[in-house]
Design a protein around this ligand. Structure first.
Ligand SMILES: [Zn+2]
Length: 635
């Protein structure tokens, strides 16, 4: 679901659509939609009773766009005029978001229907029209005298809603250029996304994915989806075949993929310099007012904790019973003997009980999500894969897409997505639309937090050593994929951009050797902790996230923030719990670092990372003890 998640960055209208799946989900068994009982299907009619109602709402909104234009050149005339203009725009954006949510749900539940693709195109066009009608607002506000703007906010209560928005606008104004320069920069916009588009088209349809023969004699074409599924195969020789073939195939296009990445980085450099930033990193982080140190400190901190990561790798080697752990062993199942299965009803009950520390109201809404059909549970023919929560129907309720297959992972996904859904639910209820949308930096906190509560709850009731081992192993896999792998990506990404900033060429070869060096450091290749084979050098070139500059580190920071916030809540600290619930109701009312600070975690320090590592060590202690006592483990 990388494409959907990535789209959020550029598409403010679905900013409330958060997608899980750092680890791609294996394709689940689908069935015909009409064979699934209604209670397991979401109900888009809560948004519009039918397509006709959607169309009427769309036409009404389109007809009202010209109303905005009447504020052009008048925003500084009175505080009430500014408030009128911002209110009018907010209401239109809110309705547009509702229109989008409806078509997205219908499109995602069966992506084969051209009808909803067409309606989505109409919504996209309407969004462009609204954006262009409202384009005068921000530049005009920036021409106001800051003292006057401050006075407006103090005298007009309706502007309180926009206090943070206006503050942010003025803050970013420092890097806003003259009218003619801004027009030029805007005109360059479509060119900026060219490298990403070319990458997506190339790897999505034209790339010659290799065909390999597996140990059972079957032949498979290693598309991205097939690769993700097969690298987790329990047969070792197949894993090696699959991984080496996949990356060798990418190596054959190293020059092309390197040149594409170079263009992507150069585009960033162009914008950073045009806007007066010291680096590409500063440009990217400034959008959410994140200090550069949050990024660099994460990388330094994770490097400091590589010994604990190596201990995890050694534990994996031991559990798999192999002499030498290779990179191609990293996705193999850790505890294959345990299979836990759940129905949706059991999953909801488990999640509802797990979130008890957050109070009865939170629990009641979790139950409502099931009783009132907010979620679409099962994989059906043509349905989008993965999982997400969509909070864009502001005055309706959040919707959740699942592809529930009944495993523990699936229950964890339910907890995760309901975390996003609750964040939307509580923020939408507490705040006006414009302030309710939460920034990406904090989004994954609400979801990861619930996974943490779930694992804690499940462990309390499980005595069977093998099942415990399986659940603890699941936690470790999660920390590996979310914290260490994303920090490794973040370190590579920063080094790559710095190469360009120093004026050195970015080529496929340069990137491959840089990637191999960083990966070998993380995986303890030199120390004999694991073996990172040469072809792993080309792994960088298949990761689509590197075209969303400086994005992935947020998975790591969200994880550590969530762990830090969850710990006192699990321990029954009422004040911490109240602060966390307040955070869930704060949407995007402040800068992400401030929102988290008020919730009780300071992301500008090493503390959240150190705490997450302590938790990881505790888990490894228990797993090693269980293994010493003879629990299965072995693959
Ligand atoms: Zn998520």
């Amino acid at each position: 679901m990388q494409n959907v998640r990535a789209r959020m960055v550029f598409n403010v209208w679905i900013a409330l659509t958060i997608v899980v799946a750092l680890v791609a989900v294996a394709p689940a068994q689908t069935r015909a939609r009409n064979t699934v009982p209604e209670k397991y299907k979401w109900n888009p009619a809560d948004i519009y009773v039918d397509d006709g109602a959607w169309r009427a709402a769309k036409e009404e909104l389109a007809a009202r766009l010209p109303e905005l234009a009447r504020y052009d050149d008048r925003l500084g005339s009175a505080a009430s005029t500014l408030a009128d203009a911002l209110d009018a725009r907010q209401l239109m954006e809110q309705q547009l978001s509702r229109l989008f949510t409806y078509v997205n749900l219908l499109n995602d539940q069966d992506t084969r229907q051209p009808r909803y693709q067409g309606m989505r195109q109409e919504a996209v066009q309407l969004r462009a029209d609204l954006a262009s009608t409202a384009a005068f607002i921000e530049p005009e506000i920036l021409t106001l005298d800051p003292a006057q703007l401050g006075e407006f906010i103090e005298t007009e209560p309706r502007l309180e809603t926009y206090r943070h928005y206006l503050d942010d606008l003025v803050r970013r104004g420092e890097h806003t250029r003259s009218d003619s320069e801004e027009r030029l920069l805007a005109a360059v916009g479509p060119l900026a996304s060219a490298p990403r588009s070319i990458f997506e088209v190339f790897t999505g349809s034209d790339f010659p994915y290799p065909v390999v023969t597996l140990s059972d004699g079957s032949s498979v074409r290693l598309t991205q989806a097939a690769y993700t599924e097969l690298r987790a195969r329990s047969i070792r020789v197949d894993r090696e075949t699959v991984m080496s073939a996949f990356f060798e195939a990418h190596a054959a296009f190293g020059s092309t993929l390197g040149t594409l990445m170079s263009a992507n980085v150069q585009e960033d450099l162009f914008e950073a310099r045009a806007r007066g930033y010291d680096s590409n990193l500063e440009l990217a982080l400034d959008a959410a007012n994140i200090p550069v140190e949050v990024y660099t400190r994460l990388i330094e901190g994770v490097n400091r904790h590589l010994p604990e990561f190596h201990r995890y790798l050694e534990l994996r080697r031991r559990m798999m019973g192999v002499e030498e752990l290779h990179y191609y062993d990293l996705y193999a199942p850790l505890v294959p003997s345990v299979e836990l299965t759940y129905t949706p009803e059991q999953a909801i009950e488990l999640v509802r009980t797990a979130v008890a520390p957050l109070g009865e109201e939170y629990q009641a809404v979790v139950q409502r999500s099931f009783d009132e059909r907010w979620a679409d549970w099962f994989p059906t023919d043509g349905k989008r894969s993965g999982a997400y929560s969509a909070g864009g129907a502001y005055d309706v309720h959040p919707f959740v897409l699942l592809n529930f297959a009944g495993g523990y992972d699936d229950v964890s996904t339910v907890a995760h997505e309901l975390g996003h859904a609750m964040h939307s639910y509580l923020s939408n209820r507490a705040l006006p639309f414009a302030a309710a949308r939460y920034p990406i930096f904090v989004a994954e906190v609400a979801s990861t937090f619930n996974e943490s509560l779930l694992i804690d709850h499940v462990l309390k009731s499980v005595d069977d050593p093998d099942v415990r081992l399986s659940i603890l192993g699941n936690y470790l896999e999660n920390i590996k994929g979310t914290l260490f792998r994303q920090a490794q990506f973040a370190e590579f990404e920063l080094a790559m951009h710095q190469l360009a900033e120093r004026g050195e060429p970015i080529t496929g070869d340069a990137l491959a050797s840089m990637y191999l060096e960083i990966t070998r450091k993380y995986y303890g290749h030199e120390e004999g902790v694991s073996v990172v084979d040469d072809y792993i050098a080309h792994e960088w070139s298949y990761v689509p996230h590197f075209y969303r500059d400086f994005y992935v580190y947020q998975y790591a920071t969200s994880f550590t923030a969530a762990e830090a916030l969850a710990q006192p809540v699990k321990a029954g600290d009422a004040e911490a719990t109240a602060r966390y619930l307040e955070f869930l109701s704060s949407g995007g009312a402040d800068y992400p670092i401030e929102l988290l600070r008020e919730a009780g975690v300071d992301m500008t320090t090493d503390e959240p990372l150190d705490l997450a590592i302590r938790e990881m060590v505790r888990v490894m202690d228990e797993m090693e003890r269980l293994l010493d006592e003879g629990a299965a483990g072995g693959g």
